[in-house]
Design a protein around this ligand. Structure first.
Ligand code: CP
Ligand code: NVA
Length: 300
């Protein structure tokens, strides 16, 4: 029975823990010569730009012995109106897995429902689960423990915030999301995640969130596809910058995370992202290791 990874909630806490442990082992060089994807082909369908997700998946697939195939949507028949369902049915006959970055989350669900091979969400408007796998790995690496870790997410209640809420529910994190009114994360995902093991608080004051945090996390104010609301959002979010004054309210050993790409000078300042508490480039590296562990688990 194939498994998909469309959202973090698709996996149990034991499965997530297993992926993180395996990712840390892979990072340390264990089994570097094992090639579990020999003879396997995976397709990347990206309808939005990407640096980290696309390259780390392509490199990870290669390192595991498989081949990745990338084509722009405009180069395939989807670009000329072939249905998602028909495309999924046909590609299941050639491939061993598909990684999709798209707008509507429902497109991923439709792809997964019509395909016999694992579908992995490389980011949708609602979720960014691969990012949050790497984030959890980074927290384990830097803090030694995941359960009970206090995360202050400062900024837009977007796809990354939604996936962090699911991580909180599954892994027992304490997550405080500080955002302006009207920019809260998805209400349905929040309710579901709150039924899990963690604690999720939505508040307005970034300093209140940062004061109790082990991790301060931020993401862009304007996500891909939201460019039309950029001016409004920049005004609304001006008090939500992760800067030296916010860090001064936090614990001395707080670490700073950002999924990247960063809009330096907007949601985060240069001195913070380049400062000693920032772990953002280790976090970005961990995309590679955590996705290799994910592929080992899913691709049969
Ligand atoms: N963090 C992340 O997903 O980056 P890319 O958009 O570059 O893939
Ligand atoms: N929230 C951002 C994440 C980018 C990796 C976006 O969707 O554009």
């Amino acid at each position: 029975m194939k498994r998909d990874f469309l959202r973090l909630w698709d996996f149990t806490s034991e499965e997530i823990t297993g992926i993180i442990e395996r990712a840390l082992a892979l990072k340390s060089g264990v089994d570097a010569n094992l090639c579990p994807l020999i003879g396997k082909s995976l397709w990347l369908l990206f309808e939005k730009p990407s640096t980290r997700t696309r390259i780390s998946f392509e490199v990870g697939i290669y390192q595991l012995g498989g081949q990745s195939i990338y084509m722009k949507p405009s180069e395939i028949q989807i670009g000329r109106g072939e249905s998602t369902a028909d495309t999924a049915r046909v590609l299941s006959r050639y491939l061993d897995g598909i990684i999709i970055r798209t707008f509507e989350h429902s497109k991923l669900e439709e792809f997964a429902a019509n395909s016999d091979i694992p579908v992995i969400n490389g980011l949708s408007d609602l979720h960014h689960p691969c990012q949050v796998l790497a984030d959890l790995m980074t927290i384990k690496e830097k803090k030694g423990v995941i359960e009970g870790t206090r995360i202050a997410y400062i900024g837009d209640g977007n796809n990354v915030a939604n996936s962090l809420m699911e991580a909180a529910g599954r892994m027992g994190l304490s997550l405080s999301i500080a955002c302006p009114e009207g920019y809260e994360p998805d209400a349905v995902i929040l309710e579901q995640a709150r039924a899990g093991n963690g604690e999720i608080i939505i508040l307005r004051d970034p300093k209140e969130a940062a004061g109790r945090a082990d991790v301060i996390y931020t993401d862009v104010w304007v996500s891909m596809g939201q460019e039309g609301s950029a001016e409004t959002k920049r005004k609304k979010f001006s008090a939500y910058q992760v800067n030296a004054s916010l860090l001064a309210c936090a614990k001395k050993d707080v670490i700073v995370m950002h999924c990247l790409p960063a809009h330096r000078g907007e949601e985060i300042t240069d001195d913070v992202i380049d400062g000693p508490q920032s772990v953002v480039f280790d976090q970005a590296e961990n995309r590679l290791h955590s996705q290799k562990a994910l592929l080992e688990m899913l691709i049969r």
